[in-house]
Design a protein around this ligand. Sequence first.
Ligand code: SF4
Length: 369
Amino acid sequence: MPGDTGYAALSEKLSLIMSAINLKSLSKKELESFVKEQGLPVFRTKQLLHWIYERYARSLHEITELSKDLQEKLSEKAYISNLELLNRQTSRDGTEKFLFGLEDGESIESVLIPDDERLTLCISSQVGCAMGCRFCLTGTMGLRRNLLPYEIADQIISANRLIHPPIPPLARGGKGGVTNIVFMGMGEPLANFDNVVKALWTITQMIKISRTRTTLSTSGLAPKIPELAAKAPLVNLAISLNATTDEVRDYIMPVNKTFPIKKLLDACRKYPLAARGKITFEYVMLKGVNDSDEDAYKLIKLLRGIPSKVNLIPFNPYEGSEFRRPEDGRVLEFQGILTKGHMTALIRKSKGQDILAACGQLKASKPVF
Ligand code: SF4
């Protein structure tokens, strides 16, 4: 138990944090203004950006290019927030799941997936999710709150700091660390639209992950798709489709009642793609629900005219789920029909199943010590 002086010091520290500016919450322009207000030369902005987003400094005192005096002076006005690592689990296949604590005591999960020369980080955009997809464990949590832009981007900074680079070495002479980002963790990114757009600018411009290596996956908030194209850097788009009829999709993904398949695919048709760019359609295969030959033929018809590829994801069962995983043979037959229909269809290896890190299995489970 801290004594009186301990409490005084703690409350002084807390009030300082409450009044101080979190540098990670500032856009590049806002950081420029902050630097100017402190009477500092312009080059300090570049220095701060470099140390925060590329060298993952956890406090102003770690920025050794600032003199001790300047570190102290800036620390009176500002601080650098950090996610707190609460748990780290490693799967047999090398996938890692991080449980990060937020400043208000909530927690989120991010999953790091090594694959040949790529190191993909699957990040969360909300604490929980309101979309209620029936095959998804996150959906059972409900929505607790939206993540702030810096909490979204900080998952990458924190993961990079945790990795001892280079794992694996980058093919293209980079510095090691996360190479690809997918918004497929907890939450529906387009339901936290403004914060996700801001985070996308941070990710692509400040952390410097290419927009062509960044993928946003949505359950189908159709009207937000053109808005995303207009306001965010043009990232890859993935659609969690999972059904070929409105009847089935209404049941497994309630969002479909508001934005049915046709409306969703119309929005996809208008999404601007780079030359040879494709929209990814995720298709979680549920035994006896959406895995018939007829579904495969319908899928070909639905996606006609959309440059696309299909990721088939055999369902990852979890305790209490009403769905089952189709047999491997069924998945292969389904893929065969799509391939014969001239579609690119990949069976996604489910990574990290033994640590509940696979698609649809994230639930910010508290660590058991
Ligand atoms: S699949 Fe995605 S959108 Fe649906 S409940 Fe899970 S986290 Fe939310």
